[in-house]
Design a protein around this ligand. Structure first.
Ligand SMILES: *[C@@H]1O[C@H](CO)[C@@H](O)[C@H](O)[C@H]1NC(C)=O
Ligand SMILES: *[C@@H]1O[C@H](CO)[C@@H](O)[C@H](O)[C@H]1NC(C)=O
Length: 323
């Protein structure tokens, strides 16, 4: 029997299978399959009470959108396509478990399947659905340019491959704050139907933290995996990826920078005090009661030029002139 005649046979079977009978075919509404693994489409023939010794004459498994049947049992013979078989290892026509087994599940196996069963007591047709998932790989983070540091900023790129259905990449900072809005994600579909996700996170100079985590979430919002990237400060731009919770090394600059700031503040204050002392002394010498009006004006002008600590100088000057 060739495939075409099987097709015609099944067509007539579907027309007749709907008739009231003592047997029902019960299929699981939804089956889950993992990409590359084995999948099971569960269907069983159930008989009414008191009906025993049922013999199956025909079983036909078809997939919506595929012309040729995947598996047909007819006249004691099973004809099937390579990846399909009865789930029961030594199935025979008295075994009511007509579940279909699929090896090496692919994305395109996802869909609606029809199982037609005819027995010596009647038959039925039932439908079942297969959903396929594939886990995304552990995300990989790299610096787009070699120079990503806390002071310069830069762009981090996170990649994950081989997932299905479409998932999402999200970014988190060292305090677990969500940076996803600052990132751009790209989705690519590979030949096998799996998705490749890639996301670019732009880090601004001066507001870059020392650690960023890239996490991949599946379509139902469950976190699948994550990787953490350490942003170095200073010369060493090579980040370490690997997601170890580890201790972040404290860059030397974290200690040196405050010292430098405090140092320059002290130097600046000293300079200011010295400068004020000198200008006060200078004014004392030149101040005479007659010239006081003149001086007030002149001091204001020169204050504007001098810039620093005007208010205090002015206060002092008025006091000086009064004295
Ligand atoms: C049918 O057989 C398969 C394979 O042995 C098994 O995993 C499944 O649970 C069986 N289903 C029913 C409804 O008995
Ligand atoms: C999504 O991930 C969660 C957690 O890992 C898991 O429980 C769930 O089954 C996954 N859903 C899909 C559709 O992959």
């Amino acid at each position: 029997m060739n495939m075409a005649s099987i097709g015609i046979f099944i067509f007539t079977l579907i027309l007749t299978a709907g008739k009231a009978s003592f047997v029902n075919v019960h299929c699981k509404t939804e089956n889950m399959g993992q990409y590359g693994q084995q999948s099971l489409l569960e269907c069983a023939v159930e008989t009414s009470q008191g009906v025993t010794d049922v013999v199956i004459r025909t079983v036909s498994w078809k997939k919506e959108g595929v012309d040729e049947p995947l598996l047909v049992f007819h006249k004691e013979q099973t004809i099937k396509q390579p990846r399909y078989s009865f789930a029961e290892p030594s199935w025979n026509n008295r075994n009511m478990n007509v579940s279909l087994h699929i090896t090496n599940t692919a994305v395109e196996d996802q869909g609606v399947y029809t199982c037609v069963v005819m027995t010596d007591r009647g038959g039925e047709t039932s439908e079942t659905r297969l959903k396929v998932t594939a886990k995304y790989s552990k995300p990989n983070i790299s610096a787009e340019s070699e120079k990503v540091t806390q002071s310069t900023g830069g762009t981090l790129v996170c990649n994950t491959v081989g997932g299905y259905p479409k998932g999402e990449i999200r970014w988190f900072g060292e305090l677990n704050e969500d940076w996803t809005k600052s990132a751009k994600m790209e989705v690519k579909k590979t030949e096998s139907g799996l998705f490749e996700l890639s996301s670019k996170l732009t880090l601004l100079p001066g507001s870059t933290y020392s650690m960023y985590t890239c996490a991949v979430f599946n379509t139902s919002g469950g976190k699948e995996d994550e990787t953490t990237f350490e942003v170095r400060d200073g010369q060493d731009a090579s980040g370490r990826s690997g997601g170890e919770p580890g201790k972040p090394s404290v860059p030397a600059t974290t200690i040196v920078a405050p010292l430098v700031v405090i140092g320059s503040l002290i130097v600046g204050l000293l300079g200011l005090i010295l400068y004020r002392r000198r200008s006060i002394q200078a004014r004392r010498f030149s101040a005479t009661p007659l010239m006081s009006d003149h001086r007030e004006v002149r001091t204001c002008e020169s204050d504007a030029e001098e810039g620093g600590s005007r208010e205090m100088d002015r206060g002092k000057t008025s006091q000086d002139t009064l004295a």
